[in-house]
Design a binder for this molecule. Structure first.
Ligand code: GDP
Length: 359
């Protein structure tokens, strides 16, 4: 699937870069172009991508300091600049636009929903947000910001592919220490998904194509991605169980938001050497995902890829709010309420004065 990637804010820029690097290192060439957008000049400096500094008039290149309303407002004002830069990055061949952002910060949290709306207005290609949720130990401001941002991107984007910062972090890594590693894992998984939708010349009919990724995501709402891999036998016939057990691992322990199983639609992609890929295995894995998710719309296919391992990607779309997502929403709401209590309304001091406010 030919994609353009726009990274907004610090996390967004780093993810856009990691995805672009993964795509060119592997030679998949699914990412046609990328752009990083930020209000903080310093965060753009380390990136090896075209960049746009927004909000210069308001924040002079110093960032919005976790104020996502300000992030939204400067993105609204400078959207024409960003759209100008995207000319040539989003092309007529572009099949999807991905807006990557950390939903808990300021620039990406506020800017991604605004940009998703603007991009949907201008381009025919679907706009997906690759949104990072703060881990559960991140501060209250991150939780509250991410709650509001998630609600808004869910409305503005064609689908929101969620990655929880706790999900693909290894035990013992703190979120901060793990950023680079998490970004690599996201880049590999999303990069494989994009590449799996690339037409491969001369290979059999069960190969996945872009329309299957797009049709799966058409369910809208929240999407998550599961991944697992395992060493494969040289002979395809011996890999039926390898594929089904790897699919189980991908769905039950390898998803970008933990413990998601219910979904409106799903796509199962089995990547590996064509000699090792078992069609029967792919079909069994597809059927198993169908039973697990309760979805009648589970697509399956393979993605020919050299190597001795087989990897299974499971894309779930229209996922139902599970306990994990609900506890994030509860944290976000509690953090927002606590914040409102901490900041007394200055107008309350005028309550008994019978004055009317201006608006
Ligand atoms: P912004 O620059 O104002 O948009 O803010 P950030 O992008 O720093 O957003 C903060 C949120 O993103 C927090 O939840 C951080 O944990 C997370 N975050 C920041 N940098 C990274 C990164 O490189 N990778 C990942 N996965 N998360 C990040």
């Amino acid at each position: 699937m030919k994609a353009a990637v726009v990274g907004v804010g610090q996390a967004g820029g780093k993810l856009a870069q990691a995805l672009t690097e993964y795509d060119s290192r592997t030679g998949f060439d699914a990412v046609e172009g990328a752009l990083a957008v930020n209000t903080a000049r310093q965060d753009l400096e380390g990136l090896d991508l075209p960049t746009v500094l927004v909000g210069q008039e308001r924040v002079a290149g110093n960032g919005v300091g976790g104020d996502n309303e300000l992030g939204a407002s400067v993105m609204q004002a400078d959207a024409p600049m960003v759209l100008d830069e995207l000319d040539g990055i989003v092309r007529s061949s572009t099949e999807a636009i991905f807006v990557a952002a950390g939903l808990g910060g300021g620039t990406g949290s506020g800017g991604a929903p605004v940009l998703a709306r603007q991009l949907s207005r201008v381009y025919d290609a679907p706009v997906y947000v690759l949104g990072v949720l703060p881990g559960k130990d991140e501060g209250a401001l991150y939780q509250a910001n991410a709650g509001r941002s998630l609600k808004t991107v869910s409305r503005e984007a064609d689908a929101v592919l969620l990655v929880d910062n706790d999900a693909w972090r290894e035990a013992g890594e703190s979120v901060g220490d793990a950023y680079a590693a998490i970004n690599e894992r996201v880049a590999k998984r999303v990069g494989l998904l994009l590449a799996s939708g690339e037409a491969v010349q001369g290979v059999g009919e069960s190969v996945v194509d872009s329309s299957e990724v797009i049709n799966t995501l058409r369910k809208g709402g929240l999407a998550v991605l599961g991944f697992a891999d395992a060493p494969a036998a040289a002979d395809a016939g011996e890999n039926v169980n390898v594929i089904t057990s790897t699919a189980r691992k991908a769905l039950l322990t390898g998803t970008s938001v933990p413990n998601v199983v219910d979904a409106d639609a799903a796509l199962v992609v089995v990547a590996g050497d064509t000699d090792r890929l078992s069609r029967k295995g792919v079909e069994r894995a597809r059927q198993w995902v169908q039973e697990q998710t309760g979805s009648m719309e589970v697509r399956g296919g393979d993605f020919p890829l050299d190597g001795e391992k087989l990897a299974v990607l499971v894309l779930l779309a229209g996922v139902t709010r599970n306990d994990h997502i609900q506890s994030f929403v509860d944290r976000a709401r509690d953090a927002a309420e606590a914040d409102a209590e901490d900041a007394p309304d200055p107008a309350a001091a005028f309550e008994n004065d019978e004055l009317d406010g201006l608006f």
